[in-house]
Design a protein around this ligand. Structure first.
Ligand code: TMP
Length: 234
């Protein structure tokens, strides 16, 4: 499998053609952004950690019945994945209050949510990725009701699987973001699952081991990604 022409470059990843139709190669960069690209930086070897963490988590989900785009890890920074026609929504699942939910509803960071809170955001940089309700999604034609239902159920199932997996490694899955796409009409989990897209706290100390260390200038960013990598691969 060799990498071909660049198809797309995002804030944290590049996507290349491969030598097989319908299959693409994702490169994980060390670039980090926050607040819709306003804050920019680099996290040494983040791409290596996120590629390996994502690969492992996609394998775990796939083995428990969630269809994902993952095929294989090509090398330290590159995953081979199926090309998906992406649904322009970000599905955020929350088990505890943090980040924008803390601002939106005013509960204290860390408050345990009795039931997971699922939110759908419009992937649209110009609008700043706004939170949408089902009526907004319908008028914009972003996902039909059946796809919307599947987005919610698959994200809920993924949450249960990932909470269990991280829990066994003494990590609390506070919240995370998923992106889905269609492969031959089937809804499939795509993008990445990493400390860029999850909030992960140490189970005992509640130390933040994710991108919040970068967003909030907490220091020890590289160490946090490395710690998650080690636990995920253990
Ligand atoms: P939030 O609290 O800022 O809304 O973030 C919720 C979760 O989604 C958190 O785990 C980080 C992740 N996330 C992304 O992966 N990409 C984004 O652009 C944003 C805003 C959040």
């Amino acid at each position: 499998m060799t990498s071909g022409e660049l198809i797309y470059e995002g804030k944290a990843k590049k996507v290349f053609h491969s030598d097989e139709p319908g299959v693409v190669i994702v490169e994980f960069k060390d670039d980090a952004t926050a607040f819709n690209g306003e804050k920019k930086g680099q996290i040494t070897d983040k791409g290596i950690a996120n590629a390996a963490i994502s690969a492992r988590l996609f394998q775990v989900l796939e083995s428990q019945g969630i269809a994902t785009h993952f095929r294989e890890q090509l090398d330290a920074r590159h995953l081979v994945v199926d090309w998906l026609e992406m649904v322009p929504l970000e599905v955020v699942v929350r088990n505890r209050v943090a980040g924008s939910l803390e601002k939106r509803i005013g509960l204290k960071e860390g408050t345990v949510l009795e039931q997971p809170v699922v939110e759908l955001y419009f992937k649209n940089d110009q609008l700043g990725d706004p939170l949408l309700n089902d009526d907004h999604i319908r008028v914009l034609g972003l996902a039909d009701p059946d796809v919307l239902h599947q987005l919610r159920t698959q994200s809920g199932t993924a949450n249960a699987i990932l909470q269990n997996f991280f829990g066994q490694r003494d990590l609390i899955l506070v919240d995370f973001k998923l992106e889905f796409g269609l492969r031959h009409g089937q809804l499939v989990l795509g993008d990445e699952i990493s400390p860029d897209t999850c909030r992960l706290w140490d189970g005992k100390t509640l130390k933040k081991l994710d991108k919040d260390r970068f967003r909030r200038d907490l220091g020890g960013v590289e160490d946090a990604y490395h710690e998650v990598l080690e636990r995920v691969l253990s």
